[in-house]
Design a protein around this ligand. Sequence first.
Ligand SMILES: [Zn+2]
Length: 315
Amino acid sequence: MSPQQSSDAESAWDARSAELAGRVTKALRTLLEDKHLYQRVEVDFGDLAESPPPVARERLAELFVENCKNAIRGPWDLADNTGHYRKVGLDQHGLRPQVPDVKLFCERCNRLEAFNSLAAEDMLGRDRQNPKYEVDEQTVQVFALSFLCQSCKSVPEVILVRRDGARLTCSGRAPMEHTPVPDAIPKPVNRYYRDAVIAYQCGQTLPGLFMLRTVIEQWVRSQRHSEERASDAIEAYRRSLPEDFRNWYPCLRKEYEDLSADIHAAIGSAELFRDAIRRIDLHFNARNLFTQANPDAFAPRPTSPSPHPAPPSGS
Ligand SMILES: [Zn+2]
Protein backbone atom coordinates (compact mmCIF):
# COMPACT_ATOMS: atom_id res chain seq x y z
CA MET A 1 0.00 0.00 0.00
CA SER A 2 1.44 3.38 -0.99
CA PRO A 3 1.62 6.23 1.56
CA GLN A 4 -1.08 8.00 -0.50
CA GLN A 5 -3.45 4.99 -0.26
CA SER A 6 -2.82 4.71 3.44
CA SER A 7 -3.59 8.37 4.07
CA ASP A 8 -6.75 8.15 1.90
CA ALA A 9 -7.93 5.18 3.95
CA GLU A 10 -7.19 7.04 7.17
CA SER A 11 -9.19 10.10 6.18
CA ALA A 12 -12.01 7.85 4.94
CA TRP A 13 -12.06 6.25 8.40
CA ASP A 14 -12.09 9.65 10.14
CA ALA A 15 -15.04 10.72 8.01
CA ARG A 16 -16.93 7.49 8.70
CA SER A 17 -16.20 7.60 12.41
CA ALA A 18 -17.55 11.18 12.55
CA GLU A 19 -20.63 10.03 10.66
CA LEU A 20 -21.28 7.16 13.08
CA ALA A 21 -20.79 9.48 16.06
CA GLY A 22 -23.18 11.96 14.38
CA ARG A 23 -25.90 9.29 14.36
CA VAL A 24 -25.51 8.91 18.13
CA THR A 25 -25.70 12.70 18.58
CA LYS A 26 -28.89 12.81 16.49
CA ALA A 27 -30.53 10.03 18.51
CA LEU A 28 -29.50 11.76 21.75
CA ARG A 29 -31.18 14.99 20.62
CA THR A 30 -34.43 13.17 19.85
CA LEU A 31 -34.28 11.41 23.23
CA LEU A 32 -33.57 14.59 25.19
CA GLU A 33 -36.00 16.89 23.38
CA ASP A 34 -38.93 14.63 22.47
CA LYS A 35 -39.00 11.68 24.86
CA HIS A 36 -40.05 11.42 28.49
CA LEU A 37 -38.79 9.43 31.44
CA TYR A 38 -38.24 5.73 30.62
CA GLN A 39 -38.89 6.25 26.93
CA ARG A 40 -36.21 5.20 24.47
CA VAL A 41 -34.76 5.66 21.02
CA GLU A 42 -32.65 3.37 18.84
CA VAL A 43 -29.55 4.83 17.18
CA ASP A 44 -29.98 4.38 13.42
CA PHE A 45 -26.59 3.50 11.98
CA GLY A 46 -28.22 2.45 8.69
CA ASP A 47 -25.78 0.50 6.54
CA LEU A 48 -22.81 2.67 7.55
CA ALA A 49 -21.08 -0.34 9.11
CA GLU A 50 -21.49 -2.48 5.99
CA SER A 51 -20.35 -0.13 3.24
CA PRO A 52 -16.59 0.46 3.00
CA PRO A 53 -15.49 3.51 0.96
CA PRO A 54 -14.12 2.95 -2.60
CA VAL A 55 -10.56 3.81 -1.44
CA ALA A 56 -10.58 0.74 0.83
CA ARG A 57 -10.33 -2.45 -1.23
CA GLU A 58 -10.16 -6.14 -0.36
CA ARG A 59 -8.37 -6.70 2.96
CA LEU A 60 -8.60 -2.97 3.76
CA ALA A 61 -12.34 -3.02 3.11
CA GLU A 62 -12.76 -5.97 5.49
CA LEU A 63 -10.77 -4.15 8.13
CA PHE A 64 -12.84 -1.02 7.61
CA VAL A 65 -16.11 -2.88 8.14
CA GLU A 66 -14.71 -4.59 11.23
CA ASN A 67 -13.61 -1.24 12.69
CA CYS A 68 -17.08 0.21 12.10
CA LYS A 69 -18.74 -2.74 13.85
CA ASN A 70 -16.33 -2.56 16.78
CA ALA A 71 -16.86 1.17 17.11
CA ILE A 72 -20.65 0.70 17.21
CA ARG A 73 -20.41 -2.24 19.63
CA GLY A 74 -17.76 -0.97 22.02
CA PRO A 75 -17.96 1.69 24.76
CA TRP A 76 -18.59 5.23 23.54
CA ASP A 77 -17.02 8.32 24.95
CA LEU A 78 -19.49 11.20 24.92
CA ALA A 79 -17.98 14.66 24.59
CA ASP A 80 -19.48 17.72 26.25
CA ASN A 81 -19.46 21.14 24.57
CA THR A 82 -15.83 21.78 25.44
CA GLY A 83 -14.99 18.77 23.28
CA HIS A 84 -13.56 17.20 26.40
CA TYR A 85 -13.37 13.42 26.41
CA ARG A 86 -13.26 11.59 29.71
CA LYS A 87 -12.36 8.05 28.86
CA VAL A 88 -8.70 7.18 28.80
CA GLY A 89 -7.45 4.13 27.00
CA LEU A 90 -10.46 3.98 24.65
CA ASP A 91 -9.64 1.98 21.54
CA GLN A 92 -8.29 4.31 18.84
CA HIS A 93 -11.36 3.46 16.76
CA GLY A 94 -13.79 4.05 19.65
CA LEU A 95 -16.73 6.35 18.93
CA ARG A 96 -16.62 9.83 20.40
CA PRO A 97 -20.07 11.33 19.86
CA GLN A 98 -20.71 14.94 20.79
CA VAL A 99 -23.54 15.61 23.25
CA PRO A 100 -25.86 18.04 21.43
CA ASP A 101 -27.04 21.40 22.75
CA VAL A 102 -30.79 20.98 23.17
CA LYS A 103 -34.05 22.88 23.59
CA LEU A 104 -35.66 22.10 26.94
CA PHE A 105 -38.34 23.77 29.03
CA CYS A 106 -36.75 26.05 31.64
CA GLU A 107 -38.85 26.21 34.83
CA ARG A 108 -37.20 29.49 35.82
CA CYS A 109 -37.62 31.23 32.46
CA ASN A 110 -41.04 29.51 32.07
CA ARG A 111 -40.49 28.75 28.38
CA LEU A 112 -38.60 26.54 25.97
CA GLU A 113 -34.94 27.61 25.98
CA ALA A 114 -31.61 26.63 24.48
CA PHE A 115 -29.56 24.53 26.92
CA ASN A 116 -25.85 23.97 26.36
CA SER A 117 -24.18 20.70 27.18
CA LEU A 118 -21.86 21.27 30.15
CA ALA A 119 -20.52 17.87 31.15
CA ALA A 120 -20.85 14.25 30.09
CA GLU A 121 -19.78 11.46 32.39
CA ASP A 122 -19.94 7.69 31.89
CA MET A 123 -20.90 6.57 35.41
CA LEU A 124 -20.08 2.88 34.81
CA GLY A 125 -16.79 3.74 33.10
CA ARG A 126 -15.49 5.33 36.30
CA ASP A 127 -14.67 1.90 37.71
CA ARG A 128 -11.11 1.40 36.52
CA GLN A 129 -11.10 -2.25 37.60
CA ASN A 130 -14.08 -3.00 35.41
CA PRO A 131 -14.47 -0.22 32.86
CA LYS A 132 -16.68 -2.22 30.48
CA TYR A 133 -20.06 -3.83 31.15
CA GLU A 134 -22.01 -6.09 28.81
CA VAL A 135 -25.36 -7.88 28.93
CA ASP A 136 -26.12 -10.36 26.13
CA GLU A 137 -23.11 -9.01 24.21
CA GLN A 138 -24.57 -5.49 24.36
CA THR A 139 -22.40 -2.78 25.90
CA VAL A 140 -24.15 -1.09 28.83
CA GLN A 141 -23.23 2.48 29.76
CA VAL A 142 -24.99 5.04 31.94
CA PHE A 143 -24.24 8.64 31.08
CA ALA A 144 -24.93 11.59 33.36
CA LEU A 145 -25.32 14.65 31.12
CA SER A 146 -25.64 18.20 32.44
CA PHE A 147 -27.13 21.15 30.56
CA LEU A 148 -27.34 24.86 31.34
CA CYS A 149 -30.13 27.22 30.24
CA GLN A 150 -28.51 29.91 28.10
CA SER A 151 -31.06 32.51 29.15
CA CYS A 152 -31.02 32.41 32.98
CA LYS A 153 -27.78 30.37 33.43
CA SER A 154 -29.21 29.20 36.74
CA VAL A 155 -28.52 25.62 37.95
CA PRO A 156 -27.69 22.96 35.35
CA GLU A 157 -30.23 20.18 34.77
CA VAL A 158 -28.94 16.62 34.82
CA ILE A 159 -30.33 13.86 32.66
CA LEU A 160 -29.39 10.21 32.99
CA VAL A 161 -29.15 8.21 29.76
CA ARG A 162 -28.69 4.45 29.81
CA ARG A 163 -27.25 2.79 26.75
CA ASP A 164 -27.92 -0.89 25.93
CA GLY A 165 -26.20 -1.61 22.62
CA ALA A 166 -27.73 0.90 20.19
CA ARG A 167 -30.72 1.67 22.43
CA LEU A 168 -30.75 4.87 24.53
CA THR A 169 -33.22 5.26 27.41
CA CYS A 170 -33.95 8.40 29.42
CA SER A 171 -33.51 6.91 32.89
CA GLY A 172 -33.63 9.89 35.22
CA ARG A 173 -33.88 13.65 35.53
CA ALA A 174 -33.01 16.24 38.16
CA PRO A 175 -35.10 18.28 38.51
CA MET A 176 -38.19 16.43 37.36
CA GLU A 177 -39.38 17.17 33.83
CA HIS A 178 -41.79 20.10 33.53
CA THR A 179 -45.31 18.92 32.72
CA PRO A 180 -47.57 21.71 31.48
CA VAL A 181 -51.22 21.72 32.54
CA PRO A 182 -53.63 23.59 30.22
CA ASP A 183 -54.86 26.92 31.65
CA ALA A 184 -58.46 25.72 31.40
CA ILE A 185 -57.94 22.99 34.02
CA PRO A 186 -59.24 24.41 37.33
CA LYS A 187 -56.90 24.84 40.31
CA PRO A 188 -58.58 22.33 42.65
CA VAL A 189 -57.73 19.48 40.27
CA ASN A 190 -54.68 20.56 38.29
CA ARG A 191 -52.25 18.57 40.41
CA TYR A 192 -54.22 15.35 39.72
CA TYR A 193 -54.20 16.25 36.05
CA ARG A 194 -50.41 16.76 36.10
CA ASP A 195 -49.87 13.44 37.92
CA ALA A 196 -52.04 11.70 35.30
CA VAL A 197 -49.91 13.08 32.46
CA ILE A 198 -46.63 12.22 34.22
CA ALA A 199 -47.77 8.64 34.84
CA TYR A 200 -48.88 8.27 31.22
CA GLN A 201 -45.62 9.70 29.86
CA CYS A 202 -43.63 7.26 32.00
CA GLY A 203 -45.58 4.34 30.52
CA GLN A 204 -47.71 3.89 33.68
CA THR A 205 -51.02 4.18 31.84
CA LEU A 206 -53.26 2.41 34.38
CA PRO A 207 -52.23 4.73 37.27
CA GLY A 208 -52.58 7.59 34.75
CA LEU A 209 -56.19 6.58 34.03
CA PHE A 210 -56.87 6.38 37.77
CA MET A 211 -55.55 9.93 38.23
CA LEU A 212 -57.69 11.18 35.33
CA ARG A 213 -60.75 9.66 37.00
CA THR A 214 -59.66 11.42 40.21
CA VAL A 215 -59.68 14.72 38.26
CA ILE A 216 -63.39 14.15 37.43
CA GLU A 217 -64.36 12.96 40.93
CA GLN A 218 -62.58 15.74 42.77
CA TRP A 219 -63.82 18.39 40.37
CA VAL A 220 -67.43 17.30 40.89
CA ARG A 221 -66.91 17.20 44.68
CA SER A 222 -65.46 20.72 44.55
CA GLN A 223 -68.74 21.81 42.91
CA ARG A 224 -70.61 20.80 46.08
CA HIS A 225 -72.08 17.55 44.79
CA SER A 226 -71.85 15.44 47.91
CA GLU A 227 -73.85 12.34 46.95
CA GLU A 228 -72.31 9.33 48.62
CA ARG A 229 -71.65 7.39 45.44
CA ALA A 230 -69.28 9.13 43.03
CA SER A 231 -71.42 8.08 40.06
CA ASP A 232 -74.49 9.78 41.63
CA ALA A 233 -72.51 12.96 42.27
CA ILE A 234 -71.29 12.98 38.68
CA GLU A 235 -74.82 12.50 37.34
CA ALA A 236 -76.05 15.36 39.57
CA TYR A 237 -73.21 17.53 38.20
CA ARG A 238 -74.17 16.65 34.64
CA ARG A 239 -77.79 17.62 35.28
CA SER A 240 -76.68 20.92 36.81
CA LEU A 241 -74.98 21.97 33.53
CA PRO A 242 -76.83 24.31 31.11
CA GLU A 243 -78.82 22.41 28.53
CA ASP A 244 -76.89 23.92 25.60
CA PHE A 245 -73.69 22.77 27.16
CA ARG A 246 -74.99 19.23 27.67
CA ASN A 247 -76.09 19.03 24.06
CA TRP A 248 -72.71 19.96 22.65
CA TYR A 249 -69.89 19.12 25.05
CA PRO A 250 -68.61 16.19 27.10
CA CYS A 251 -70.23 16.29 30.55
CA LEU A 252 -67.74 13.94 32.30
CA ARG A 253 -70.22 11.13 33.06
CA LYS A 254 -69.34 9.01 30.04
CA GLU A 255 -65.65 9.77 30.55
CA TYR A 256 -65.96 8.68 34.19
CA GLU A 257 -67.70 5.43 33.19
CA ASP A 258 -65.15 4.59 30.50
CA LEU A 259 -62.23 5.25 32.87
CA SER A 260 -63.87 3.13 35.61
CA ALA A 261 -64.46 0.21 33.24
CA ASP A 262 -60.80 0.22 32.18
CA ILE A 263 -59.53 0.56 35.76
CA HIS A 264 -61.71 -2.29 37.06
CA ALA A 265 -60.51 -4.59 34.30
CA ALA A 266 -56.90 -3.37 34.84
CA ILE A 267 -56.47 -2.78 31.08
CA GLY A 268 -54.53 0.50 31.02
CA SER A 269 -55.51 1.53 27.48
CA ALA A 270 -53.26 4.30 26.13
CA GLU A 271 -55.87 5.04 23.48
CA LEU A 272 -58.52 5.60 26.16
CA PHE A 273 -56.12 7.88 28.04
CA ARG A 274 -55.62 10.10 24.98
CA ASP A 275 -59.33 10.18 24.19
CA ALA A 276 -60.41 10.81 27.80
CA ILE A 277 -57.91 13.62 28.36
CA ARG A 278 -58.98 15.26 25.08
CA ARG A 279 -62.62 15.17 26.21
CA ILE A 280 -61.78 16.44 29.70
CA ASP A 281 -59.84 19.33 28.13
CA LEU A 282 -62.82 20.04 25.88
CA HIS A 283 -65.19 20.07 28.87
CA PHE A 284 -63.14 22.65 30.76
CA ASN A 285 -62.38 24.76 27.67
CA ALA A 286 -66.09 24.88 26.90
CA ARG A 287 -66.88 25.83 30.50
CA ASN A 288 -64.51 28.78 30.16
CA LEU A 289 -66.11 29.90 26.90
CA PHE A 290 -69.60 29.65 28.41
CA THR A 291 -68.46 31.65 31.44
CA GLN A 292 -66.96 34.35 29.21
CA ALA A 293 -70.27 34.69 27.36
CA ASN A 294 -72.32 34.56 30.56
CA PRO A 295 -70.60 34.81 33.96
CA ASP A 296 -73.63 33.12 35.58
CA ALA A 297 -73.77 30.22 33.12
CA PHE A 298 -72.82 27.72 35.82
CA ALA A 299 -74.44 29.43 38.80
CA PRO A 300 -76.18 26.87 41.05
CA ARG A 301 -79.77 26.41 40.02
CA PRO A 302 -82.48 24.06 41.19
CA THR A 303 -82.19 20.77 39.36
CA SER A 304 -85.17 18.63 38.48
CA PRO A 305 -84.95 15.00 39.57
CA SER A 306 -83.38 12.72 37.02
CA PRO A 307 -85.98 11.10 34.72
CA HIS A 308 -83.85 7.96 34.73
CA PRO A 309 -82.31 6.12 37.63
CA ALA A 310 -78.58 6.74 37.98
CA PRO A 311 -76.47 4.28 35.99
CA PRO A 312 -74.83 1.42 37.87
CA SER A 313 -71.94 2.71 39.92
CA GLY A 314 -68.53 2.43 38.35
CA SER A 315 -66.77 2.54 41.68
ZN1 LIG B 1 -33.73 29.54 32.06
